[in-house]
Design a protein around this ligand. Structure first.
Ligand SMILES: Nc1ncnc2c1ncn2[C@@H]1O[C@H](COP(=O)(O)OP(=O)(O)O)[C@@H](O)[C@H]1O
Ligand SMILES: [Mg+2]
Length: 438
């Protein structure tokens, strides 16, 4: 059979009643051609799945193939490095061929990726939402050992139990090992450690989410599990509702849509930045001002905890039931050891991506904040992060791991020292004047 180059896109807001909304096909250059169906456009509840690039009209629209092989909002649903590795492993075990085209990858999906889009070969055939995630209690030591192996060795064999448990997670984005499980009747994402991690990443992510929560950042419910001696982070899915419906999801990568930065990276000071996300969401958001303030708060936290992996795929929008976009709860916030040498992954202020609080404050007006309001947020976040050692220890992190992570918190620890010096009137304040000062 020739490789498939066309498919139909469905909205699976109610997974039991998928609605066909558009056709999507590839041309000879690999670019995508997208067209909403007339029947969909005429529905009262129709909405554009990407209002900036795919307005709701009857014309055929081009979704160019991005440099990384992705197709805008359609690829926000699908797997990245981990999902591709896992899917390949599952298909190999079933002696099935690997998808040969991007369309075949969409069709191959087990439909547990972000959001509510589904894919099928025709209008008449509903997307195959076949597997049901296993309960969290099914996670066990043997499975974790297999995942650990697969994360570092691509040809690791999966047994039947591992396939059952991991299959839904194969459609999720991101690079770290993960799957989808049911807990208290709701879908959760379980994030695992890798054998080559330099510290206990699930504990670090759990503790950082606790800091984020204490700093007033909107995070989903989350929990740390211990299975044998391994930690697993369990996070409730924010793109699912209590009545089992799915919410449309779009990454900031799709929203901002810049593949290649100029050599001088000037886009970091404009659109390819936290403020750029805030400004682009604002006209389309149900809560534009609140989203802007929240983005500023997240940016400050990421600087203070050394999360330099704050790239465009790690920020997202959800479509609310009122058919307006809103910033999603925060996810994937964890210190990175290269924080000492790398700037943030997207722009922070007038100095581009430089990972400093003064840079963060430099464009606070773009977040609709006065300097005083912005400083107030910085102080609140700083105060919370200054207790990071305690929070990480309480989460069960070993002293050696805390030591390993210390350089990530330089900005927070520095400001703590300065704060103490000023409030105690210690050196610096009085006696340590520069030599030529009066
Ligand atoms: N709580 C959540 N609810 C719904 N989707 C989520 C949630 N957390 C993460 N995701 C989605 O899963 C993807 C991978 O998760 P992430 O935590 O970023 O993993 P990684 O550490 O591998 O990058 C994200 O890009 C996002 O699309
Ligand atoms: Mg991520």
């Amino acid at each position: 059979m020739p490789p498939l180059t066309e498919c139909v896109i469905f909205l699976c807001e109610d997974p039991a009643k998928p609605i066909p909304i558009a056709s999507f096909g590839l041309d000879g250059n690999g670019d995508g051609h997208f067209g909403y169906g007339l029947r969909y456009i005429e529905r009262k509840d129709a909405f554009s799945i990407d209002p900036l690039h795919l307005p709701l009209d009857a014309k055929q629209q081009v979704i160019p193939r991005h440099q990384d092989g992705s197709y805008g909002v359609l690829s926000d649903v699908g797997p990245n490095a981990w999902g591709v590795r896992l899917t390949s492993s599952i298909l190999r075990k079933g002696k099935k061929p690997l998808p040969a085209t991007p369309i075949e990858w969409f069709l191959q999906s087990w439909h547990y990726g972000s959001g509510c889009l589904g894919f099928s070969v025709s209008n008449e055939v509903n997307p195959d939402i076949g597997v049901r995630p296993a309960p969290v209690t099914a996670l066990n030591e043997r499975l974790l050992a297999t995942i650990n192996k697969l994360a570092v060795k691509i040809d690791t064999e999966l047994d039947e139990e591992a396939v059952q448990l991991m299959q839904p997670g194969a459609s999720l984005g991101g690079v770290r090992p993960k799957t989808v499980v049911m807990s208290n009747g709701f879908e959760h994402i379980a994030k695992f450690s890798r054998a080559d991690d330099k510290f206990d990443v699930p504990i670090a992510e759990y503790a950082t989410m606790r800091l984020a929560c204490q700093a007033g950042i909107n995070v989903p419910d989350f929990e740390l599990l211990k299975i044998a001696d391994k930690s697993v982070l369990l996070v409730e899915r924010f793109d699912r509702t209590k009545d089992g419906h799915r919410l449309h999801y779009m990454s900031a990568k799709t929203l901002i849509n810049i593949d290649v930065l100029s050599p001088d990276k000037r886009e970091y000071k404009t659109r390819y930045s936290y403020a750029g996300i805030a400004e682009t969401i604002r006209p389309r958001s149900q809560q534009g001002m609140a989203d802007s303030h929240e983005l500023f708060r997240r940016m400050v936290l990421n600087i203070l905890v050394g999360n330099v992996d704050d790239h465009m795929r790690n920020h997202a929008l959800l479509m609310t039931r009122q058919r307006r976009f809103a910033l999603s709860p925060a996810f994937d916030i964890v210190p990175h050891l290269d924080a000492t040498s790398l700037p943030q992954a997207i722009g922070v202020g007038a100095q581009g991506a430089a990972s400093t609080i003064s840079n963060a404050l430099s464009q606070c007006g773009r977040f609709l904040l006065t300097v005083d309001e912005a400083r107030q947020i910085v102080n609140e976040v700083r105060e919370v992060v200054s207790h990071w050692r305690h929070v990480f220890k309480e989460a069960g992190m070993a002293d050696t791991d805390i030591h390993t992570l210390t350089p990530c918190f330089t900005a927070a620890d520095e400001s703590e020292r300065i704060q103490i010096a000023v409030t105690r009137g210690a050196p610096g304040a009085e006696n340590n004047r520069p030599p030529h000062a009066n």
